[in-house]
Write a protein that binds this ligand. Sequence first.
Ligand SMILES: Cc1ncc(COP(=O)(O)O)c(C=O)c1O
Length: 421
Amino acid sequence: MKRRSLVLGGAGAALAAGGAAMLWRPNDMGAPHNAYFSKLNILLKRDGPGRPVMLLDMDRVNTNIDQIAGSVGIKKTYRVVVKSLPSVPLLEHVMQRAKTNSLMVFHQPFLNAIADAFPHSDALIGKPMPVSAVNTFYRKLGNSKYDAASQVQWLIDTPERLNQYQSLAKQLGVKMRINFEIDVGLHRGGLPEPEAVRPLLNIIKEDPEHLQFTGLMGYEPHLSGLQAALGDPSVKQVLGVYKGFIDQAKSAGADIDKLTLNGAGSHTLGIYHRDNTMNDLSAGSGVVKPTDFDTYHLTDNLPAIFIATPILKRYDELKVPGDLALAKLLPLWNPNMRRLYYIYGGYWKAQMVSPPGVPDPIYQSTNQSPVSTSAAVDLKVDDYMFLRPTQSEHVMLQFGDLLPFRGDQLLDPWPVFHQTG
Ligand SMILES: Cc1ncc(COP(=O)(O)O)c(C=O)c1O
């Protein structure tokens, strides 16, 4: 149990300030579940497992896939970001609907799972992996139908790493496709300037038996917060740097038309609809739209994942651990603290979405968390509350199988990836 002393301290000081505090008095923001969440509440009370679950609204998922695929257009490849949608059936659904075979993978166990589940997919690795993880991947691959030599592009950020991969390729007697991570302004690593391309390409050219150059990856989420359009100086800057790398690769003899020129993510993909610098755009989170993705280019995407959790206890007054006076005073100041519920679990990377108007909790617990509400919220024990995850990649792995639904029907559960394996 982590005590939110800041919240208590702040609230206590405000109350001590008497009249001044009343000037800042919060409005009553509480309300019952709307029609959408009332329907889900009824559905889960009827058919749910009685514990916290991760729901997936399949109609909204489909809207979001269509939105992203439409934005990528038919001339470029839409690459699905596996870590942000960490479930084989979910990925299969996205790949089928968006008609793409291309994945971006960030974790060795997920890559092995992909090789098993989608033996014909094409995987670009999204971060430079330790060479020992690459070794583990090959060891676990065994006699799989998956042809890593033609289906994986390993991401390389330095000559040292390329040398390590080359040694492993020689040792295993395999050929590796190599994509260069390039720094287009994020400054999270990768080749720092176009001139760094040539020495790497020289290593690759000299060992065609084990290495093949297949493209560039330049990620630019620093454009996320902006209402960025193609004409914006920040976007022009990113594309200018990207073109510099392409020119270098061309002048070192690479066949540009055959390369995977990857970039973007859910936040920024919408910028490039009319630009052809990159031919391969990634997105994952925008399919389910957690709260961190309430950003400009995803305005037409809809929140499609929710944590639903049963209410364990309800009190028609506030209770504060050990502090009776504060429990009496706080609800006078904040009408959103007149009722107290305890939910099953808590402390997720998530924000309460229904009921609305829930203030920051006094403390959080992963076992049972308090949720205070206004008197306008009249839920019962065993009713459900709903939260929106702030991000998908970690939170979606915390609940066991995902629970997809359509209309007022729960569909078959979808397993998520294992973190190891
Ligand atoms: C290299 C790279 N590309 C793309 C993405 C975009 O993923 P998403 O669309 O889930 O934000 C990420 C996210 O971390 C990334 O690291």
